[in-house]
Design a protein around this ligand. Structure first.
Ligand code: HEM
Length: 511
C-alpha cells in the first residue's frame, strides 16, 4: 500500500528528531554543571549519602559545604535541595510554572493515593481539585468555621483538665474532630471511632508505603508490570489492600452525610454543601468522585500537621516558662479572667501572635515541605537543573538561618516583635511551603493553631513534670522522621492556672 512507502522516511525523521533532541540535551548538560553536591557513585549515585534519620539536618550541613542549592542523584534520578529562602522564592515562586509538579512514585498510584491533589501531578486535574478546595478554605471562608473550631477547642480544654498526661492523644483528637466536623458534619466518638480508624489507617499506609526504599518498585518502576506472584512483587497485594481501604475511607463518611441529608438532620458542612450543589446542578458521577476525593484529602493533610504543631507548642512552653508568663499576662489584660479568648481578641494580642509564629519557625513540622518537581529543563545561577528533578525546600534550614534568626535554636517570640511590642514585618510563615503548591489549608490551620494556643495559655500552666522526689524531669528536644515530624513523646505538667480557670473550663458545654 502507498502509505507504507513513507514509513522508512517517517522513521528516519523521527530518529533524527530524537537524536537532535538528545544531542541538544547532551550539549546543554555538557556545557553546564549540575549544582554542587556530594560526589555521586556509579549507578547508585548518592543513595548511601542520603540519611534516613533527620535528613534536613544533613542537608543543612551540605548547604554550608556546597551552597544554597545542592544537587544529588539516586539511581539516575536528580534531587535538588534548596537551603535558602532566596533560592526557594527564586525557583518555587518566581518560576512556579515549571517548579509546581510533584515527583511520581509507582507505589503511590498503585495504592490509589494519587487521588489526593496534594500528591497529584501538576496539571488540569490538580487545578480543578485545588480550586474546589480553595472555595471552602480561602482566607475569607474561614470565619464560618470559627464556632466549630472553638467548640472543639473547649472540648480539648476539658480533656486536659481530666487527663492532662494524655495531652498528645488530646491534640490528635482535636485536630481530627475539627476536620471531621467541618468537612462531614460528623462528631467523632472518643474511642474506636470507625471514621477516624479508616482515615488514620489510610494515612499510616501512605507513610509506610511511600517510605523511600520500602518497595523495590519505586526504584525499578518496570517491576509494576510483573504479576504479583513473581518473586519480589508482593507490593501488588499491599497496594491492592490500601486501595480498598481508601475506597472505604472516601465512601463511608459520604454515606453518613447523604443519610443525614435525607433524614434532614444534616449540619451544614463542606460535603453536604458540595453534594447539594452537585445534586441541584445534576452533575456527573465524575463530579461526585472529585468531591469525595477533595473531602478525603482534607483529613490526610490536616490532622497530623495540626496536632504535631500543637505538640511542638506544648514542648516549647514547658521549656520556656517566661514565655508562658508573658503570654498569660497579655491575655489576662486584654481578655480578662472571666471569659475564654475568642477570635475578636486576636489583633490585640501581638505577643501571643509572636508565640504562634515562633512555634512554626522553631520546629517546622514539615521540615522538607512536600517535594516539588520540575516539568522543564532549567538553568539557575549557571547550573543545570534537568526536567523531572525532585526539588526539596529545606524549610528547617531556612527557619534556622543564623543571619535571619540569631541563636535559632532558642525559642524566642521577642525576635518577631519591634521594640514597641508590636509585630515586626517578618510574617512569612515558611512552614506552609511555597508557590502554587503552598499549603491550601493554611488559613484554617492558622485559625485552629492560634485559637488552641491562646485558649490553653489562658487557662493552664505548662511546666516540666516532676519525679517522685520533686525533681524536674528534663525534656529531650527530639523529633521523629517522616514527611510530618512530631516531637518524640515527652512528659510535662499541664495544670489549671487557678480555681477560676478550672470553673471556666468546666462551664464550657459539649453541645
Ligand atoms: C500547622 C499545620 C500545617 C502545616 C505546617 C502545613 C504545611 C504544609 C506544607 C509544607 C505543604 C506543602 C507545600 C509545598 O508543596 O510547598 C502543605 C500542603 C497542603 N496542605 Fe498543609 N499544613 C498544615 C495544615 C493543613 C490543614 C489544616 C489543611 C486542610 C484544611 C491542609 C491542607 C493542605 C493541602 C490540601 C496541601 C496540598 C497542596 C497542593 O499540593 O496543592 N494543611 N501543607
Amino acid at each position: 500500500m502507498a502509505s507504507y512507502d513513507y514509513l522508512p522516511a517517517t522513521v528516519l525523521v523521527l530518529i533524527l528528531l530524537a537524536v537532535t533532541g538528545l544531542l541538544n540535551r547532551w550539549k546543554a548538560t555538557s556545557r553546564l554543571p549540575y549544582p554542587p553536591g556530594p560526589k555521586p557513585k556509579l549507578i547508585m549515585g548518592n543513595f548511601h549519602d542520603i540519611p534516613t534519620e533527620l535528613p534536613w539536618v544533613t542537608y543543612t550541613e551540605w548547604g554550608r559545604q556546597y551552597g544554597d542549592v545542592v544537587h544529588a542523584q539516586v539511581f539516575g534520578n536528580h534531587v535538588v535541595i534548596l537551603n535558602s529562602l532566596k533560592a526557594a522564592v527564586d525557583l518555587l515562586e518566581k518560576r512556579a510554572p515549571i517548579y509546581s509538579d510533584r515527583p511520581t512514585f509507582p507505589m503511590l498510584s498503585l495504592m490509589g493515593w494519587d487521588f489526593s491533589f496534594g500528591l497529584m501531578r501538576y496539571g488540569e486535574k490538580w487545578r480543578q481539585h485545588r480550586s474546589l478546595f480553595t472555595q471552602h478554605f480561602r482566607r475569607d471562608a474561614i470565619p464560618a468555621y470559627h464556632p466549630v473550631q472553638l467548640k472543639k477547642i473547649h472540648g480539648l480544654l476539658r480533656d486536659l483538665l481530666s487527663t492532662p498526661e494524655d495531652f498528645i492523644e488530646h491534640t490528635k483528637t482535636l485536630a481530627s474532630a475539627i476536620i471531621m466536623a467541618t468537612v462531614y458534619g460528623y462528631d467523632i466518638k472518643l474511642k474506636h471511632d470507625r471514621f477516624i480508624h479508616l482515615a488514620e489507617e489510610g494515612v499510616k499506609r501512605l507513610s509506610e508505603g511511600a517510605l523511600p526504599g520500602r518497595f523495590a518498585v519505586d526504584t525499578f518502576p518496570f517491576l509494576r508490570h510483573l504479576p504479583s506472584w513473581f518473586p519480589g512483587c508482593g507490593f501488588h497485594r499491599y497496594a491492592q489492600n490500601v486501595s480498598l481501604l481508601l475506597d472505604e475511607m472516601k465512601n463511608v463518611p459520604f454515606d453518613f452525610v447523604r443519610q443525614n441529608m435525607r433524614d434532614g438532620v444534616g449540619r451544614p458542612c463542606l460535603a453536604s454543601e458540595l453534594l447539594e450543589q452537585n445534586d441541584t446542578q445534576g452533575s456527573s458521577k465524575q463530579q461526585e468522585q472529585m468531591i469525595k476525593d477533595v473531602a478525603a484529602v482534607t483529613y490526610a493533610a490536616a490532622a497530623d500537621t495540626t496536632s504535631a504543631t500543637l505538640d511542638v507548642f506544648i514542648m516549647a512552653m514547658a521549656l520556656n516558662p517566661e514565655v508562658v508568663r508573658k503570654a498569660q499576662h497579655e491575655i489576662d489584660t486584654v481578655v480578662g479572667l472571666e471569659c475564654l479568648p475568642g477570635f475578636e481578641h486576636r489583633s490585640a494580642l501581638p505577643y501571643c501572635e509572636a508565640v504562634v509564629r515562633e512555634v512554626l519557625r522553631w520546629s517546622p513540622i514539615a521540615p522538607l515541605g512536600v517535594p516539588h518537581a520540575t516539568t522543564q529543563d532549567d538553568i539557575y545561577k549557571g547550573c543545570f537543573i534537568p526536567k523531572g528533578t525532585t526539588v526539596l525546600a529545606n524549610i528547617w534550614a531556612m527557619a534556622h538561618n543564623e543571619s535571619m534568626y540569631p541563636n535559632p535554636d532558642k525559642f524566642d517570640p521577642g525576635r518577631l516583635l519591634n521594640t514597641d511590642g508590636q509585630l515586626n514585618v517578618d510574617d512569612h510563615i515558611l512552614g506552609f511551603g511555597f508557590g502554587r503548591r503552598i499549603c491550601a489549608g493554611r488559613y484554617a490551620a492558622d485559625a485552629t493553631v492560634w485559637a488552641t494556643i491562646v485558649s490553653i495559655l489562658s487557662t493552664f500552666n505548662i511546666e516540666k513534670a516532676k519525679d517522685v522526689n520533686g525533681k524536674e524531669i528534663e525534656i529531650k528536644i527530639e523529633f521523629t522522621d517522616g514527611l510530618v515530624s512530631h516531637p518524640k513523646p515527652f512528659k510535662c505538667a499541664i495544670t489549671p492556672r487557678s480555681d477560676v480557670n478550672r470553673q471556666l473550663v468546666e462551664s464550657t458545654t459539649e453541645v
